[in-house]
Design a protein around this ligand. Structure first.
Ligand code: DX5
Ligand code: ZN
Length: 225
C-alpha cells in the first residue's frame, strides 16, 4: 500500500487550526487529531466540540486518536460526528470489541492503539475488528519527543501478523516520526505515518509532508518482508 501521511495538529497553532490544516490539505492524506483528557495521559488538548468545528473546515478526513480514560463512552460520538477514523487505546478500553464495532457502525474506520510497552500479540484475534493498528513510538501525551527505536521489532511483528491473515489493516506509527526516522518505520512495515513536530515545526509544512512521503515510499519499496 502507498504510504499515507497524517500530520498531527498537536504541534500546530491551536488558535488557527483551520488555517494550519489548510497548509497541508493538498499534500497530506489525513489530519491526525490528538484527543487527551489528562487522565489516560498527563496532558489536556481538545475534545468533541473542537473536532466538530474542525470537520467543517478540513478538506481532509480527520484521524482522531483518543488518548482518554473512557473511550467506550466517547469514541462512537467522534465517528457519528463525521471523523474518518477513530482510534481507541487497548490499555483504556474495557469493551474494545463493542466500541470498535460501534465506530464502524457509525461509518468510520476503527483503530486500536497500543503504547510502547504493550505487546501486540494479545490483539491478534482483534485484527478482524479493526481497520488500523496504531503502534505508539513514544509514550503518549506530548509532541516533539524522541523516537523509540525499541518499538520497531513490534512494528515488524505486527506487519507479519497482518500479512499472515491477509487483512487490509493499516499499520500506523505515531511519535517521533521525522525525516530521520520514517525510513526505519516504513522498512519495518508501517504504512501510515503520523508526524507532528516534523511537519508543523518545519518552515514549510507542505514541503515537509512531501519529503516524508518520498522517504517512506522509497524505504517501503525496499522492504523485504
Ligand atoms: C503523542 C501524540 C502524537 C504527537 C506526535 O501522544 O499521539 O500524535 O502529536 O508528535 P511528534 O510527531 O512531534 O512526536
Ligand atoms: Zn497521536
Amino acid at each position: 500500500m502507498a504510504a499515507k501521511i497524517s500530520p498531527s495538529i498537536l504541534s500546530a497553532d491551536f488558535a488557527r487550526l483551520a488555517e494550519e490544516v489548510a497548509l497541508i490539505s493538498d499534500v497530506a492524506d489525513w489530519v491526525h487529531v490528538d484527543v487527551m483528557d489528562n487522565h489516560f495521559v498527563p496532558n489536556l488538548t481538545l475534545g468533541l466540540p473542537v473536532v466538530e468545528a474542525l470537520l467543517k473546515h478540513s478538506a481532509l478526513p480527520l484521524d482522531c486518536h483518543l488518548m482518554i480514560e473512557d473511550p467506550d463512552r466517547w469514541a462512537p460520538a467522534y465517528a457519528e460526528a463525521g471523523a474518518g477514523s477513530v482510534t481507541i487505546h487497548a490499555e483504556a478500553a474495557k469493551a474494545p470489541i463493542r466500541t470498535l464495532r460501534a465506530i464502524r457502525a457509525a461509518g468510520a474506520r476503527a483503530g486500536l492503539g497500543i503504547n510502547p510497552a504493550t505487546p501486540v500479540e494479545p490483539y491478534e484475534d482483534l485484527l478482524d475488528e479493526i481497520d488500523m493498528l496504531l503502534i505508539m513510538t513514544v509514550e503518549p501525551g506530548f509532541g516533539g519527543q524522541k523516537f523509540l527505536d525499541v518499538v520497531l521489532p513490534k512494528v515488524r511483528r505486527a506487519r507479519q501478523m497482518i500479512a499472515g491473515r491477509d487483512l487490509p489493516v493499516w499499520l500506523q506509527v505515531d511519535g517521533g516520526v521525522s525525516a530521520e526516522t520514517i525510513e526505519r518505520c516504513a522498512e519495518a512495515g508501517a504504512d501510515v505515518f503520523v508526524a507532528g513536530n516534523a511537519v508543523y515545526g518545519a518552515d514549510d509544512p507542505a514541503e515537509a509532508v512531501r519529503n516524508l512521503r518520498a522517504r517512506a515510499e522509497a524505504a517501503s519499496a525496499g522492504r523485504t518482508g
